[in-house]
Design a protein around this ligand. Structure first.
Ligand SMILES: NC(=O)C1=CN([C@@H]2O[C@H](COP(=O)(O)OP(=O)(O)OC[C@H]3O[C@@H](n4cnc5c(N)ncnc54)[C@H](O)[C@@H]3O)[C@@H](O)[C@H]2O)C=CC1
Ligand SMILES: CC(C)CC(=O)C(=O)O
Ligand SMILES: [Mg+2]
Length: 372
């Protein structure tokens, strides 16, 4: 019997719908080729959800996610909220609440330098080439989720950072397991010289390390790590860190690959998982056809891995590599000719079909693709 997966699709705001369209195009191509079915249920989140329902995360969206085998997420955020610090309801609240509601405690962000794109990074080739690291970012605790306060006169604001031993253990185990499968090296990034929460992270990680004797563990303060990441990224294999540090250093790490538009992620919980590019809604690019869809498409590949469709996931990664090697790239990475979001998605979907000889007619010339 053909396997059938239910996917909740939360396209969100800005470039979210555009990159998700390309991802679905590519997922449909691999599903056809590797003979499984994907059924999508669209649901609202973010600014568009506020516009339509007054809530950034409607109940129906939570239900759709809970009933699905996996969640595909685009991006949320809109300048009308970014530029209004007094807005009581914000699109980002929808994403944070969804992560919490689904218990997505670990956000996994792989970072690599593609050979063909080495000259797209402002960092020197000899620094970045062969970089291949993975960031495990805690996703449902820390300062993003702690108590927030503003004094009645509006002059004093407080955000609280709290971590429990259990929260740290949950993600640390995943990071250690990943290190064992990779190169047995794990770096905990924290600010243990200042923060009590960071000292708890160190104690917990030191204690868990005895269960993973092959893994070499080192500890780095986040300010130094921010520098080391671009001075010598090859020293890292698995990075484990808390929520806000992980958010910041992963955007920084995207500079190694040449564009944040390349970096996918998986947000893992005990019951479900959500797959999203690490970038935001890039509102300046909305509907211009310039957003790079690869981060979202590679998030789709991570979703297929999660569903056990490893060959299909590999086929997507192969096709992405082909697009990169052929220079079928959006303006953030293109050299001479730039391609639209849609054209990059077409190329990747067509390559999947071409590789398996499945009803592919276009012989990879992209004559029908829009070139901008
Ligand atoms: N997971 C999410 O949905 C996230 C949402 N946001 C929200 O997104 C909105 C914009 O935030 P920003 O700080 O500007 O971050 P952003 O990630 O949306 O954009 C920052 C810069 O990254 C580049 N970029 C991002 N995505 C790209 C893509 N697919 N292709 C090519 N270049 C790309 C662009 O140069 C852009 O100016 C805000 O409302 C913010 O709250 C920000 C980060 C994550
Ligand atoms: C927009 C925030 C809720 C989060 C963020 O920047 C991220 O998860 O990368
Ligand atoms: Mg971020």
């Amino acid at each position: 019997m053909t396997k059938n997966y239910q996917i909740a699709v939360l396209s969100g705001d800005g470039i979210g719908p555009e990159v998700i369209n390309e991802t679905i195009k590519v997922l449909d191509a691999v599903a056809q080729t590797y003979v499984f079915e994907l059924q999508y249920q669209q649901a609202l989140i973010g600014a568009i959800a506020i516009d339509q329902t007054n809530e950034p995360l409607p109940l129906q969206t939570i239900e759709a996610c809970k009933q699905a085998d996996a969640v595909l997420f685009g991006a949320i955020g809109d300048p009308k909220y970014d530029n209004d610090p007094n807005a009581a309801v914000r699109p980002e609240q929808g994403l944070l609440a969804l992560r919490k509601e689904l218990g997505l405690f670990a956000n996994v962000r792989p970072v690599k330098a593609y050979k063909k794109l080495l000259d797209k990074s402002p960092l020197r080739t000899e620094i970045i080439q062969h970089t291949d690291l993975i960031i495990f970012r805690e996703l449902i605790s820390g300062i993003y989720f702690g108590d927030k306060k503003i004094s009645s006169d509006g002059r004093v604001a407080t955000d609280t950072c709290t971590y429990t031993q259990e929260e740290i253990e949950n993600i640390a185990h995943l990071a250690f397991q990943s290190a064992v499968k990779r190169n047995n090296k794990l770096t905990l990034i924290d600010k243990a010289n200042v923060l009590e929460t960071s000292r708890l992270w160190r104690r917990v990680v030191q204690s868990l390390a005895t269960q993973y004797p092959t893994v070499e563990v080192d500890y780095m303060f986040v300010d130094n790590a921010a520098m080391q990441l671009i001075l010598n990224p090859k020293q890292f294999d698995v990075i484990l860190t808390e929520n806000m540090f992980g958010d910041i250093i992963s955007d920084e790490a995207s500079v190694i690959g040449g564009s944040i538009g390349l970096l996918p992620s998986a947000s893992i919980g005990d019951k479900t998982a959500l797959f999203e590019p690490i970038h935001g809604s890039y509102p300046q690019a909305k509907n211009k056809g310039i957003a790079n869809p690869i981060a979202s498409i590679l998030s789709g590949a991570m979703m297929l891995d999660h569903l056990g469709e490893h060959d299909a996931a590999d086929a997507i990664r192969d096709a992405v590599l082909h697009a990169i090697n052929q220079g079928i790239l959006t303006p953030d990475l293109a050299t001479d000719t730039t391609y639209t979001t849609n054209a990059v998605g077409d190329h990747i979907a067509n390559h999947v079909r071409y590789r398996t000889g499945h009803r592919y007619q276009d012989n990879m010339t992209h004559s029908k693709s829009t070139i901008i």
